[in-house]
Design a binder for this molecule. Structure first.
Ligand SMILES: Nc1ncnc2c1ncn2[C@@H]1O[C@H](COP(=O)(O)OP(=O)(O)O)[C@@H](O)[C@H]1O
Ligand code: SF4
Ligand SMILES: [Mg+2]
Length: 326
């Protein structure tokens, strides 16, 4: 791995709502080296999609972003829409959306939608070149050419997801975000798609952020794990370290809530409670209301993200920490 393709510096994102400001992402700093595959994990509502949409600059109007998102040396936050649509979005950064069916137009054939993307973002291509590109990308995701004539509702969940991955790869971006790319799929199809993602990363030389609420998915396709809870990064660690020696109580709870297929049967721990109200986040550690190790001190100040070992960062005042719970 080499220098960072993407660097997030103190990124905060909030939504204006009738109930006040939702603090969806809070002071996130993260390096994504070229060739890396970062797994962004956290339960639903922790800010994963918000962060991904911010990178694509596709957040709704009521969102406000502060901080810097440096991609290939340039700050995405300050780019104009016209700069982004000419040469950045889809060509440098692309995304496989969480709800694939909703992300495509239901009234246009898949092929037409893909060709439109190419016409807009790579206008120099001739019609035969566009057709060749569509054929190549479908072959890459193991879809037959007839998919091009289909409407989204005519495809199975797995085929639809492959089509969305094809769309993401269409303009050969160096960087691709997968947002819950396998969540809606049955277990067998999920396993197939995860294998495809692994293969495509190498084939297209991709740097990726893989988003999931499921640590099993993260374990399958990433090399570094970043845990987001209530908008804050709680732990960042190399994948092996994260699974063998998770330090943050939330990471430990996430890992111990996954059923094991092998070894002795253990009780699933689960995580009692729910995410805090992000219009009024708790003082101090945002995980404190659910943390079994919380003390008075945890409620007083927000713990900083501290490097406890090279490449291993933890946001918890209780360091050095306890035995692994999993
Ligand atoms: N358009 C929006 N307006 C207001 N709040 C939003 C909007 N989109 C998301 N949120 C809130 O932002 C927080 C993070 O949501 P999201 O990024 O979708 O989380 P995740 O992808 O981790 O499930 C949640 O509290 C969610 O309700
Ligand atoms: S700072 Fe305190 S409440 Fe927060 S995770 Fe650590 S021990 Fe738990
Ligand atoms: Mg999401």
């Amino acid at each position: 791995m080499s220098e960072s393709l993407l660097e997030l510096r103190n990124v905060s994102i909030r939504y204006r709502t009738g109930r006040g400001h939702v603090s969806a992402v809070e002071d996130v700093s993260l390096q994504v080296p070229t060739g890396a595959s970062i797994g962004l994990v956290g339960e639903s509502g922790s800010g994963k999609s918000t962060l991904a949409l911010a990178l694509m600059r596709l957040l709704p109007q009521n969102a406000e972003v502060t901080g810097e998102m440096i991609f290939a040396g340039e700050n995405l936050v300050t780019k104009t829409e016209s700069q982004l649509s000419k040469g950045w979005r889809w060509r440098k950064l692309a995304m496989v959306f969480q709800k694939s069916l909703a992300a495509m137009s239901p009234v246009h054939r898949i092929g037409q939608q893909m060709e439109d993307v190419l016409t807009i973002h790579e206008p120099h291509l001739t019609k035969p070149e566009r057709e060749q590109r569509l054929h190549d990308v479908l072959t890459s995701v193991r879809l037959p050419n007839r998919v091009l004539r289909a409407y989204p509702f005519e495809l199975s969940g797995g085929m639809m997801q492959r089509s969305m991955i094809a769309l993401g790869l269409l303009c050969n971006p160096p960087f691709l975000i997968f947002d819950e790319a396998t969540t809606a799929l049955d277990v067998i199809t999920q396993t197939q798609i995860l294998k495809e993602i692994e293969r495509l990363k190498a084939e297209y030389n991709l740097t990726t952020i893989v988003i999931s609420h499921d640590v099993g998915v993260i374990n399958a396709v990433t090399d570094t794990v970043a845990v987001l809870y209530a908008g804050q990064l709680m732990e960042v660690a190399p994948r092996e370290t994260f699974f063998s020696n998770p330090q943050h109580p939330y990471s430990q709870a996430l890992i111990s809530s996954v059923p094991r297929l092998r070894g002795e049967k253990t009780r699933l721990a689960g995580i009692p409670g729910s995410l805090p109200d992000l219009t009024n986040p708790p003082q101090g550690c945002r995980f404190a209301p659910r943390c079994p190790h919380a003390t008075e001190g945890c409620l007083a100040v927000t713990p900083p993200l501290v490097e406890v070992a090279p490449g291993h960062l933890v946001r918890c005042t209780d360091i050095p920490l306890r035995e692994v719970v999993a």
